[in-house]
Design a protein around this ligand. Structure first.
Ligand SMILES: [Zn+2]
Length: 250
């Protein structure tokens, strides 16, 4: 059995690259990040981030293949090109110093909510209290490749923890890669719950602001993140989605 690492206390480059590869493979396994989409994590003490290579399969990202990229999107460690939309990560990490992990993906259920007249995504499941401040919609439907587009998306996100991108995808931010993994899975669960209500032809009954205050008051986020991370790491290992030798459980 792998030796447990206290992920909350360790932020070494090797650990963060292994977490990044693990989180990418888990999200790919769970169909919330498919052939495109990418995850980044802040490099402690530097204006830089770790991110996967542009064309590498999301099912095969490894700690050794991860790139270090500065906040101007230049590769400063590793060989290969970063994703074409890396500016999303650079601009969000620049504008949100308390955020350490960012995902941009193209979750189909989430995209559907950007293309329905008169419908906006609502907090349905209890875990959606994470987005109690709101989920803004970014209007630019194109790929985010230029600096000013990245800045505009970071501005739309503002101080929220999620934003939808019209006809394109979404961004989520969190304090760590395990937390981002849990949030992304819960975002899909919430979108699916609301879609099922709509498909049943019924009117959604979302969480109220008071509900979310109460849920957040009772939340033990660190415990919950650990539970999900260990569950999905073990599921990925047992299913052959990641090497069993990666020592990444809490
Ligand atoms: Zn995209």
């Amino acid at each position: 059995m792998a030796t447990a690492i206290d992920l909350s206390k360790s932020n070494s480059g090797e650990l963060l690259r292994t977490q990044l590869a693990t989180a990418t493979r888990i999200m790919n396994m769970e169909n919330v990040l498919e052939y495109s989409g990418h995850i980044s994590v802040r490099v402690p003490g530097k204006n830089a981030l770790y991110i996967q290579q542009r064309t590498e399969s999301r099912a095969e990202v490894s700690p050794e293949s991860v790139l270090m990229v500065d906040f101007d999107c230049n590769v400063i460690e590793g060989k290969g090109k970063p994703p074409s939309e890396t500016v999303i990560h650079c601009e969000i990490l620049k504008s949100r110093p308390e955020v350490n992990a960012v995902i941009h993906n193209h979750m189909e259920l989430a995209i559907a909510f950007t293309m329905m007249k008169g419908v906006t995504m609502l907090p349905m499941r209890s875990r959606a209290a994470r987005w109690a401040s709101g989920i803004p919609l970014h209007n630019d439907p194109s790929h985010i490749k230029r600096l000013e587009q990245g800045q505009a998306l970071a501005k739309t996100l503002g101080q929220h923890n999620a934003a939808l991108m019209r006809t394109h995808g979404m961004v989520l931010v969190a304090e760590s890669l395990p937390a981002l993994t849990a949030d992304t899975i819960h975002f899909e669960e919430n979108a699916r719950a609301m879609m099922e209500v709509l498909q049943a032809g019924k009117e959604p009954i979302p969480l109220s602001e008071e509900d979310m205050v109460q849920i957040n008051r009772n939340e033990d986020r660190d415990h919950h993140v650990r539970k999900l991370w260990n569950y999905y790491v073990n599921k990925a290992k047992k299913g052959g989605n990641m090497p069993t030798a990666w020592d990444i459980e809490y």
